[in-house]
Design a protein around this ligand. Structure first.
Ligand SMILES: [Zn+2]
Length: 500
């Protein structure tokens, strides 16, 4: 962990990069220089203020296929912007062939019952001490937004971690729905029928036809990238937007097929495959395996905020206007039909449409989250613990400033220890002061404060209860638990062919 952390500390975008930002064709759109190669676009190009541009050198651009590079950019981003965003959407814009599918990086999860680990993963090291859930890297620019890709990647924050599904090659579907009837943004079909039993004389080998529509026309994609359908009921459940009782009312059953064989030719014609097994899960089977979804739809998050980052080098003129318009539509209302007639081959759903109006996404007004200070600003966050509460007098702090921590122990309790760590590490910052008021000098890094309260009967050898993660709160002492917890890849995309 320490080693990774040091990599991040050393790998901040070099200040010298800003010296390379000579005017180049196509960069008249760059409105406000935020330093370190970061820009806000001119309002004439990005009227909603939804995009940050990051200029990269060609070699840096090739590094964005690695999450470490994305996290390094994110660290610099969080010295300029408040921790206001649930999602970050990165899109590289270059003529270089990066040869990489779009992907999702899960950085923090405090939703239980969805089959994945609770923890902060890389979020703390990225510089988000509270809010960031994950990031998408979209390889097709604005087309990733208008197509199904971005919506697909967001779904990976929540799914599929509840069942093991196979793809058409009978391999793990890797976070997708694979050959199942989950039919949504992450793949699968909705309807199935038996075409032939005991295929080739093999007992129990069945040929099925899967379809997204009851007429059994067309095909379906096992990774979801060709599924131009809204989020399905099981996806909405895992996202916390539909309750288990609603799935019971729908008689929801998740059918997961195994022992898959698929002839590419006939699959592409009809969506046919053969399987030797099928397991059916009701929502109560899923709850028995993973526990209830907490928080449930009564208290789950319904409004999300995203920041879009266009990574650009000088090899092409980035399509700023197109991206700004696509983001406006993606976060638009359920009635927004901007792209309805643009792509007759499929129906594209924005976030509100895909969630059937149960959730909203905000992508604009990012300028309001910009610190607008001449020097880097680092976040300080506190983790609450049993026995009292603490607060810091500053949330966003420049290196060298003094931060004062005030503890308020409950009756009969005292503040027995207070640690200030570089976020995501075990590196401690020296703390001064005594009693319930402590101070420290802010380093050039993000800082997490963790208190321990005790009954004041002497220190004792007991390790004590330690910080307790509360709902929506961080995990405390464990800090960053590792990287790549939820990184998933979307399959290669058909969408690019639709250019023009
Ligand atoms: Zn995927």
């Amino acid at each position: 962990m320490k080693k990774l952390f040091e990599v991040f500390r050393c790998a901040l975008l070099p200040a010298v990069l800003s010296l390379l930002l000579l005017p180049a064709p196509g960069f008249g759109a760059l409105g406000q220089d935020l330093g370190d190669g970061f820009f806000l676009l001119d309002p004439s190009v990005d009227p909603e203020s939804s995009i940050v541009v990051v200029k990269l050198s060609p070699s840096e651009m090739r590094q964005v296929v690695y999450d470490e590079k994305i996290r390094e950019i994110t660290r610099t981003l969080y010295t300029k912007f408040k921790d206001d965003f649930d999602f970050l959407f990165f899109s590289p814009h270059t003529n270089q062939s990066l040869n990489e599918p779009s992907r999702w990086g899960g950085e923090r999860n405090y939703v239980s019952g969805i089959g994945t680990t609770l923890g902060e993963f890389g979020a703390l090291v990225c510089g988000s001490l509270e809010r960031l859930k994950g990031f998408a890297v979209n390889m097709q620019g604005w087309r990733s937004v208008v197509g199904t890709i971005l919506r697909h990647e967001i779904a990976h924050q929540y799914a599929n971690y509840i069942v093991t599904a196979s793809n058409l090659r009978n391999q793990s579907a890797g976070g997708h729905w694979g050959v199942s009837n989950a039919g949504g943004a992450l793949g699968g079909f909705k309807y199935s029928r038996v075409l032939e039993e005991n295929v080739g004389g093999v007992i129990g080998k069945t040929k099925y036809q899967g379809s997204l529509v009851p007429e059994f026309t067309g095909t379906w994609g096992d990774a979801g990238t060709s599924n131009f359908v809204p989020y399905s009921s099981i996806e909405l459940y895992l996202m916390g937007l539909v309750s288990a009782s609603e799935l019971r009312t729908q008689n929801f059953v998740l059918d997961v097929y195994s022992g898959i064989e698929a002839d590419p030719g006939s699959f592409l014609d009809t969506g046919a495959f053969t399987a030797t097994g099928k397991i059916s899960y009701t929502i109560d089977d899923i709850i028995a395996r993973h526990g209830p979804r907490v928080p449930d739809p009564a208290s789950s998050q319904k409004h999300f905020k995203a920041l879009s980052i266009m990574l650009v080098d000088d090899s092409i003129t980035p399509q700023y206007r197109e991206m700004a318009q696509a983001l406006k539509w993606f976060s638009g209302s359920i009635n927004d039909t901007t792209y309805s007639n643009s792509f007759p081959e499929f129906t594209s759903y924005n976030f509100a449409q895909a969630t059937q109006g149960l959730a909203t996404l905000e992508t604009g007004n990012i300028r309001a989250s910009y610190h607008n200070r001449p020097t880097p600003v680092y976040a300080v966050a506190v983790r609450q613990a049993q026995g009292g509460s603490i607060r810091a007098d500053k949330q966003y702090v420049e290196a060298g400033e003094t931060v004062t921590i005030t503890a308020t122990p409950n009756s009969g309790q005292v503040l027995s220890s207070l640690s200030a760590n570089i976020a995501g590490t075990t590196t401690q910052i020296p703390i001064g002061g005594a009693g319930s008021t402590r101070t420290f000098q802010m380093p050039a890094d993000f800082v997490l404060i963790i208190p321990t309260f005790s009954s004041g009967e002497g220190p004792g050898p007991s390790p004590g209860p330690g910080p307790e993660p509360g709902p929506g709160d961080g995990g405390g002492g464990g800090c960053a638990t590792g990287f790549g917890g939820l990184v998933l890849l979307a399959a290669a995309v058909v969408f690019l062919k639709k250019k023009s």
